[in-house]
Design a protein around this ligand. Structure first.
Ligand SMILES: Cc1cc2nc3c(=O)[nH]c(=O)nc-3n(C[C@H](O)[C@H](O)[C@H](O)COP(=O)(O)OP(=O)(O)OC[C@H]3O[C@@H](n4cnc5c(N)ncnc54)[C@H](O)[C@@H]3O)c2cc1C
Length: 512
């Protein structure tokens, strides 16, 4: 039945019988059904939507299994994606690099348990298991195809050494590999060609193709094997973030691939009837330096607190243990005056920090150079360098008496090794000598955790929780990986791994 003949026949039928009883199921069916094109503009085996880490991994894998592949993307380039903006942290279990490290003992279940525990048990185990079981293999593939230098580092929330970090701290390294591999396979990306419609055969419970484009320039494309939707999350603009997650409306920095508005998710709901889940959860790092509007870079304050710095609020008081996982810090900001917080360091703390990490990697990511950071300290709007605590409080508006009292309490906690405020036992250095440095931060909303539900093979679930034939999802558009809290490295790791596997499964690949 098409939408056109539905409106005449079913409406009359429903009127003749009981309107209320008949109209509801018919309306439901019609909303998930649409007319197939008389003739497809393009016919292919696999359609990939999105050209970030997830989409391009999927395209390469499907192609390597012999499929003809078409890639449609709403944006302008793979370098305009969330993946390109990423800080280059990719968690993986069982990679060659991890196996070669004496401290690299790990297994997929321990990895999955860490993700689920960090996310307050709100994760969906299917995407988590699909990720943790195959993450090492996906990372090795990137390495085999020329990934720039990287290392392993410990990361809060991970009980084992599995955070693979690009030495450049840049997601661009993954995109460089993938752009080269897409070109080697002579695959074309149709840019500026976002999804406008899914063609869904409801009887067969199968997605059979898509319409993509913009304005009056649209193409239909049949997908004989299926579609992999890898259209990212919803943090592309303040408007999209605030619409999907009203709890953060108007607050903090918003950063993400600029096309990532969640439009493709809405189209999936409209045309295929698939439900969305976990839309209320986003990763808001307590790290955003708000410079203009909802924009601004990022401060890795934990490198400073790891060397003796403390987190305080505008009252001059600590409000959390600095050892808390960073995404767990964010909800505590709601009760801080002005919803912001500060990292404070004395001269010795600052110098110890800079002996471990470059200034440009510590403050100002992703765009400030070292010179810009120094200039921001001079400017004194969000970053301050002052000889005395009095001057620091006067310039920043932090309460002087509160801070003086806090420093006394902290220095005693260092001396006695008893932190009566938040139970730390690892404090080593007193905060005593200027010049003092302090940086003000707000939430930095950078990735979303909601979207389509999938099986462990990344096949999308329909309204009845049954897998939809020919419909796969990968990357940030998948729901429930992180549960209530994202733990560092899992989003980039998940995007590439789910794309890697979805690109195989869509071609009929089965686990041995
Ligand atoms: C600044 C920043 C730093 C980050 N750092 C890390 C990190 O260090 N570690 C980590 O694990 N995670 C990190 N993340 C998150 C991680 O990078 C992303 O979750 C992941 O890369 C998403 O990959 P993706 O392929 O799903 O989406 P993207 O890379 O965003 O790609 C989505 C693609 O879909 C396209 N698209 C959108 N809508 C449509 C549509 N309607 N039709 C067709 N195409 C569409 C877009 O144009 C884009 O090409 C970070 C994110 C940001 C923003």
């Amino acid at each position: 039945m098409t939408l056109k003949n539905f409106s005449r026949r079913s409406f009359l039928g429903a009127a003749a019988a009981s309107a209320a009883a008949a109209a509801a199921p018919l309306a439901h069916a019609a909303s998930r059904q649409n007319e197939l094109p008389a003739k497809w503009d393009i016919e292919t085996d696999v359609v990939v939507l999105g050209c970030g880490g997830a989409g391009l991994m999927a395209a390469c894998q499907a192609f390597d299994r012999g499929a003809k592949v078409e890639i449609f993307d709403k944006g302008l380039s793979p370098y305009h994606t969330g993946t390109n903006l990423c800080g280059g942290l990719f968690t993986a279990c069982g990679s060659r690099m991890q196996k070669a490290d004496p401290k690299g003992k790990d297994d997929w279940k321990a990895f999955a348990d860490d993700i689920i525990a960090y996310g307050e048990h709100q994760s969906l185990k299917e995407p988590v298991y699909g990720f943790t079981k195959h993450s090492g293999e996906a990372f090795d593939w990137l390495e085999d195809h020329g990934l720039a230098p990287h290392h392993l580092e410990p990361y809060a929330g991970h009980s084992n050494l599995r955070a693979h970090r690009q030495d450049s701290f840049k997601g661009r390294d993954y995109i460089d590999v993938l752009v080269k591999e897409i070109a080697a396979r002579k695959l074309e990306i149709h840019h500026g060609c976002g999804l406008t419609k899914f063609f869904f055969d409801e009887k067969a419970n199968r997605v059979v193709g898509v319409e993509c484009g913009s304005g009056d320039k649209k193409v239909t494309c049949r997908a004989r094997m299926g579609v992999v939707m890898a259209t990212g999350g919803i943090t592309g603009s303040p408007e999209s973030l605030d619409r999907w997650v009203p709890s953060v409306a108007g607050k903090g920095v918003v950063i993400g691939g600029p096309s990532n508005t969640g439009e493709a998710m809405m189209i999936a709901v409209r045309d295929v009837g698939t439900p969305l889940s976990h839309m209320q959860y986003i990763a808001s790092y307590p790290c955003g330096i708000v410079t203009h509007g909802r924009n601004g870079p990022y401060c890795r304050w934990w490198f400073i607190s790891g060397q003796g710095g403390i987190l305080i609020n505008k009252n001059g008081k600590r409000f959390i243990t600095e050892r808390e996982g960073i995404c767990h810090v964010t909800p505590k900001l709601a009760s801080n005056p002005d919803g912001c917080h500060y990292i404070l360091a004395d001269e010795a703390t600052w110098q110890r920090t800079l002996s471990k990490i470059k200034l440009s990697a510590l403050v100002g990511l992703p765009s400030w150079t070292e010179e810009r950071v120094l200039a921001e300290f001079e400017k004194g709007e969000n970053l301050w360098k002052c000889d005395t605590i009095e001057e620091l409080c006067e310039k920043s508006g932090v309460n002087l008496e509160g801070l003086k009292e806090q420093l006394k309490v902290w220095n005693e906690a260092v001396e006695t090794k008893v932190d009566n405020q938040f139970g730390r036992t690892d404090q080593e250095w007193k905060l005593e000598q200027g010049p003092w440095r302090m940086i003000r931060m707000f939430p930095w909303n950078n990735l979303s955790c909601g979207g389509l539900r999938v099986t462990e093979e990344f096949q999308v679930l329909g309204w009845d929780m049954k897998p939809i034939e020919g419909f796969y999802a990968a990357g940030e558009t998948v729901a429930g990986v992180h549960g209530a809290f994202y733990c560092g490295g899992n989003a980039c790791g998940f995007a590439h791994t789910s794309g890697f596997m979805a690109g195989r499964y869509v071609t009929g690949y089965k686990e041995a």
